[in-house]
Design a protein. Structure first.
Lengths: 317, 369
């Protein structure tokens, strides 16, 4: 039983950031802007957040410090994503090119600034944020060990974001308008919606969630930040497609991908998995291979937003 | 003829505009870090490659070899309407093919390096084939498929290299040395640029650039590829086998990127496949090279040399206690601004249009099919 708890807790560490970032990407793509820059946005968000943890490591600790770091990461992600929004909305750039540029910029910037500030590129931090057991809830049988032991506050933030995303996208006027802009911006415009503003909102939300996702990824799985989020931004895109741009599917899909990542990173400590003798590289490859297969089967009636990737031009019919 | 000239003109102008802005941002960042060292440091970026004479220039060509080819791969795919973001995967799998043959097939003698390069081309082509087929038959966006193929390729290469004893250097966690016969001959370049790492790879790269230029501009085949890129349905209507064209475009693009990997790992400069879960940067740099070179094979050749020149200059930047990542920052900013090319074109054509009394129709952006 404890093995199951262990795997599940590990899975949460990998799943929550994936889900947060993929939900962010969903908002951007639903507004019609492809955001391939998530990898870079995650890197920037993680960098500033971890830098804050590093600076305040002596004077602060615990949940308050983490919450401030979360806000900093989200802010950084939003600011960084503004560049993508400006290029793809105002300048009508090719969105993949702009995203690629930001992806190249972020790790270089993080390494450069880290070296300037402290000489080496790794930014270490003290992890004082793990909650061994949430009071009362942690002692519930079964559910307690699954969700409320060895957890991070970020797990609950992630779950909250998931619920909020689903509600906002399907139950609010904002969500309806956002989806309209991704499907048929001309029609949305003629109905009086400011398409540019909605697309800015979509990209900025993805920036905030991307930055947060970067921090959430690094904190439980590492003790320092090395200008790298291990391809999670791209994996989040895979989650988004596998999840067919829908919040609940995205959640389930990131759970599965998170499980694969957790197995890949810790299978040697789990008796029945190490007995199988399958190398960790196999588990690392599975999410990408499955995404390719899913792409083949879903592309005939893909749920992708129709106007995704096409710069909106008011004058065009 | 005249409108085309104007278009080419704005293309080059927007590249230059992007380069200047990129360099300015780089200078500003240097100033913010260390105002005293900023100007000498910046001068080093611009002139560093020349300070060591022939060796420095040879080094530029050495750095340029793989990125010219990855750039050509991206640029060629662009010309045929596809965004090949899969160069990192094609690059590493191609490099793996070259290293595999280079280590194991030692009985080949003088043709060893040619066979090893052929292996890199074939594996790279295979990695391009998959997104090509998915695009042609299932209409899967090639950007997403290529990204997936990148990670599959990287993990696969690491997996095989690490688990197959004859390939793996346990002590350094990387692939073993290839046999001497697998290294690309210097082709006399070591005499022109003594002391540098340049080798016959740059000559091969230039030949491939010329070959692709000829295919794109002088053959029916190249015309068909470009036609499909412009309008898939119209090409089909005109009798072009558009599925075959898309697949062949991706295969050729993959083969070029695979060759780039082969040329790097067979350069005889101590490059090995390192077992770390990071995509090779040469692949992504190819995107920059292609964009800066306006996707034109000849343009790619020059932009590849330009970025290699900056990289070589940046290498000497360490003398000023700046880290070499500033070059990556500058290149990223250049790419960001070169993405504005469409807007620059619109502004330019409006300007020109007002003069001529008519406006120019400009192309639509976006990679969606």
């Amino acid at each position: 039983m404890s093995v199951i708890y262990f795997i599940f807790q590990q899975t949460m560490y990998f799943m929550i950031p994936l889900m947060i970032v993929a939900l962010g990407a969903m908002f951007s793509e639903r507004s019609g802007i492809i955001n391939i820059a998530l990898e870079g946005i995650m890197t920037m968000g993680a960098f500033t957040g971890i830098l804050f943890l590093n600076f305040t490591g002596k004077s602060m600790s615990g949940q308050l410090q983490l919450i401030i770091a979360i806000l900093i990461s989200m802010g950084t992600g939003m600011i960084f994503s503004l560049f993508h929004a400006y290029a793809s909305i105002n300048m009508k750039s090719n969105q993949v090119i702009s995203g690629t540029a930001l992806n190249m910029f972020a790790p270089a910037f993080a390494v450069f600034v880290a070296r300037v500030i402290q000489g080496v590129q790794q930014v270490p931090f003290n992890n004082t944020f793990r909650i061994t057991s949430v009071p009362v809830l942690g002692s519930i049988p079964f559910i307690g060990p699954l969700l409320f032991q060895n957890a991070y506050i970020t797990t609950y933030v992630g779950i909250l974001i998931f619920v909020l995303s689903a509600v906002v996208l399907y139950r609010t006027r904002f969500g309806l308008r956002l989806r309209a802009c991704g499907e048929h911006p001309q029609a949305a415009d003629s109905a009086g919606i400011n398409v540019y503003r909605m697309q800015y909102a979509g990209v900025l939300i993805s920036g905030a969630l991307g930055g947060l996702g970067g921090l959430v990824f690094v904190v439980p799985t590492s003790t320092n930040f090395n200008a790298d989020v291990a391809g999670y931004g791209f994996l989040a895109l895979a989650v988004l497609i596998f999840g067919q741009w829908k919040p609940v599917n995205i959640m389930l899909c990131s759970l599965f991908f998170g499980l694969m990542k957790a197995v890949a990173s810790s299978y040697s400590g789990i008796p029945f998995l190490s007995a199988l003798g399958i190398p960790s590289y196999f588990y690392k490859m599975v999410p990408y291979i499955i995404t390719l297969i899913v792409l083949v089967f879903t592309s005939r009636n893909s749920q992708a937003p129709k106007a995704e990737g096409i710069p909106y031009d008011k004058g065009q019919r | 003829m005249k409108p085309k000239q104007i278009k080419d003109h704005t293309g080059i102008l927007s590249s230059i505009f992007a380069i200047i802005l990129g360099l300015i941002v780089g200078l500003i960042i240097l100033f913010l870090c260390n105002p005293e060292q900023a100007l000498p440091g910046f001068a080093t970026i611009l002139s560093g490659a020349f300070t060591h004479g022939a060796k420095g220039i040879g080094q530029v060509f050495y750095y340029a070899t793989p990125i010219i080819l990855t750039g050509l791969s991206v640029g060629f795919a662009f010309k045929t309407g596809l965004f090949n973001i899969g160069t990192p995967g094609q690059f590493i799998i191609g490099g793996f093919g070259a290293v595999y043959v280079g280590i194991l097939w030692t009985s080949l003698g003088p043709v060893h390096w040619i066979v090893a390069l052929a292996a890199s081309v074939i594996l790279g082509a295979l990695w391009g084939l998959v997104p090509g087929i998915l695009k042609a038959y299932y209409n899967v966006n090639e950007v997403i498929a290529s990204i997936m193929m990148n990670y599959i390729g990287m993990y696969l290469v690491n997996w095989i290299t690490k688990s197959y004893k004859p390939l793996f250097n346990n002590l350094r966690n990387e692939s073993k040395n290839v046999a001497n016969t697998a290294n690309i001959p210097k082709m006399g370049l070591d005499k022109i640029f003594p002391g540098s790492s340049v080798n016959g790879g740059i000559i091969i790269a230039i030949l491939v650039v010329i070959l692709i230029w000829v295919i794109l501009n002088k053959t029916t085949f190249g015309y068909e590829l470009k036609a499909v890129g412009f309008n898939r349905d119209a090409s089909k209507y005109a009798g072009i086998n558009e599925k075959k064209s898309i697949i062949l475009s991706m295969v050729i693009a993959g083969a070029i990127a695979g060759l780039a990997g082969g040329l790097l790992f067979l350069a005889g400069t101590g490059k090995h496949i390192e077992i770390k879960d990071v995509l090779p940067s040469e692949g992504f740099t190819g995107i920059s090279v292609a964009l800066l070179g306006l996707n034109n094979p000849i343009g790619v050749l020059f932009s590849g040399i330009f970025i290699a020149y900056l990289t070589a200059g940046g290498f000497y930047l360490q003398l000023f206690e700046f880290s070499t990542e500033i070059i990556d920052i500058i290149v990223a900013v250049i790419i960001y601004f070169s993405a504005f090319a469409l807007m620059v074109k619109i502004i330019m054509s409006k300007f020109v249009g007002q003069k001529n009394g008519k406006t120019d129709e400009t192309g639509k952006g976006g990679t969606k099919s």
